[in-house]
Design a binder for this molecule. Structure first.
Ligand SMILES: [Zn+2]
Length: 165
């Protein structure tokens, strides 16, 4: 006879992936953190009704439609457990590798490369161990775009340098 283990986490069966998602996410700053199963690579997974899929991809497609073949979904916030569609963007494989190489976390805004500066938002991007200043902006959305543009300029420049060498 088996005795119920009172310390074992309760397993719940959800009637839909949407219900499972709603129950298994929590807000952390601007991030929407998956509290369900996390694979050793750091990505959360969810049962979509047919198979186990990466939860950030599943939630992105729920909001934006299918992710184009041959592209990656990049976490702007750097947190792989985050499934906030606003923190995700489609990139080519090459761009995503460059972003990972330059990735760093821990700024207060929840957006990579953007931090608070009084009531404004300051952009600083790290690239090849140097820090590049990208200006100060009224809104976090403008600052985020500026950080993305600056990173793209730095990475493109870097790639061109290497190609020329
Ligand atoms: Zn996030």
């Amino acid at each position: 006879m088996t005795v119920p283990n009172p310390t074992a986490p309760k397993r719940r069966i959800f009637k839909s992936p949407e219900a499972s998602f709603a129950h298994r996410t929590k807000r952390e700053g601007d991030c929407l953190i998956w509290t369900g199963a996390i694979r050793p690579n750091g990505y959360g997974v969810i049962w979509d009704g047919q198979r186990v899929v990466r939860v950030h991809r599943w939630n992105y497609e729920r909001h934006h439609g299918p992710i184009p073949a041959g592209t990656d979904l990049d976490h702007i916030c750097g947190n792989r457990a985050c499934a906030n569609p606003v923190h995700l963007r489609v990139t080519t494989r090459k761009q995503n590798m460059e972003n990972l190489r330059g990735a760093y976390r821990g700024n207060a805004s929840g957006v990579r490369g953007v931090s608070r500066d009084g009531d404004k938002w300051r952009v600083r991007v790290k690239h090849n161990y140097r820090e590049y200043y990208g200006g100060v902006y009224e809104t976090i959305a403008e600052a985020e775009q500026a950080a993305i543009d600056l990173r793209n300029r730095l990475f493109t420049h870097n790639t061109a340098d290497r190609a020329a060498a």
